[in-house]
Write a protein that binds this ligand. Sequence first.
Ligand SMILES: Cc1cc2nc3c(=O)[nH]c(=O)nc-3n(C[C@H](O)[C@H](O)[C@H](O)COP(=O)(O)OP(=O)(O)OC[C@H]3O[C@@H](n4cnc5c(N)ncnc54)[C@H](O)[C@@H]3O)c2cc1C
Length: 399
Amino acid sequence: MVVIGAGALGLSTALHCALAGRSVVVTERHTAGSQASGRAAGLFKSVQADEVRTGLARRSIARASTFADWAGVPLAVARSGSFLVARTGRHREFLCRELAQSRRWGADVREATPAQLAGQPGYYQPGGDTFALWCPEDIYIEEPASLIQACLAACRRHGAVVSEHERVTGIPVTAGRVAGVETERRSIAAPAVVDAAGGWVRQVAGLAGARVPVAPVRHQLLITEPIAQVDPAGPITRVVDAAVYLRPARGGLMVGGFEADPLPVDPERQPDSFGTDDVPLDLGVLRRLADQVAAEVPVAATAAVTEHRGGMFTMSPDGRFVAGPVPDLPGLWVASGCNGSGFSSSLAIGEALAAWITGGAPPPGVTALAPGRFGSLPDDALITRGLWQYAHYYDPAPA
Ligand SMILES: Cc1cc2nc3c(=O)[nH]c(=O)nc-3n(C[C@H](O)[C@H](O)[C@H](O)COP(=O)(O)OP(=O)(O)OC[C@H]3O[C@@H](n4cnc5c(N)ncnc54)[C@H](O)[C@@H]3O)c2cc1C
């Protein structure tokens, strides 16, 4: 089989298919992890909006934490835990609902005491009216490249071939089913092709005349210079009413967030060479988000910035992944619709997709992610709903 794209989703799918005994070739246009996956904040979040995503998120945390045991390659994770913080009555109610439902779905989530929130992150000083949850299961990966390198090494160890600088230019269809791929260099025959092309997933599916229901949207983060009050072993903090996340990074603080008026990015309307480095960055967006937590985390707004990076999320209309077979085109599969959680859920999505491809039946719950579930939703609705999901990353519609 062929996997198109060596980001986190493609590599994980390839690795799990190789572990299941399949012969796998991954073709990557640039280098592995050079696009969205290499820009990720590396955050894993056990609290999710529905049971399927909760299961995938928790499975991924377990798989990342035990990577060496099943993949045979070491992977360092920071078992930091995380706080979810609400400073408004509406968001407090929202977190109370998340607490109840996440527990029902098996996640270890607890109400945090004010003393715990005041003491633990170090960099966050809560005001009087703060409500917080403590999520001890949550982890992060300090540098996203380490997950990519671990997956690459594991792919090689288990026989999957990863071919970089090899762009897929065609997906031939014979007698109504996908027959393999054409690349700049060769033809590869394969009974199954997985489109894991990230922000380019729609163009790649278009090579076979198929459509993937996602809208790419910009996301950005920054890392500050080293700051004395940031404990490198401290937890992640997510301030849900401000849609801001914070974590220790390289001795400083990582600050990212979700603006209410995000920027859609359409690679289809860009030159062929368009890559993640061409996504326009705007530090002003992050400054405005940091200002919203300046009372609790002054350094988020004042410390010098040592890195500002960004890339594309692939947003879906319901905020769920898009993973499974493309309708009416046997042999073509999709691993996409990351909705900003594709890095952290990649190990579970790849595992589930590989089980579906190699076993012939979807694992429980995964049909909820099927690419055909939106019918023929027009592109403007895809974008409008995708932007809504982005802006409501921390307070999505109830399940
Ligand atoms: C700033 C930022 C922070 C983020 N933080 C987090 C986080 O904390 N947690 C989280 O879970 N997620 C996070 N995300 C989202 C996460 O990065 C994505 O969900 C994830 O990386 C998607 O992986 P992917 O494999 O689909 O995409 P990509 O990593 O973009 O990989 C797709 C690959 O396909 C290749 N490709 C495209 N077209 C072709 C072609 N024709 N032929 C061959 N190859 C092709 C591309 O070159 C690319 O390497 C963040 C994203 C950004 C931008």
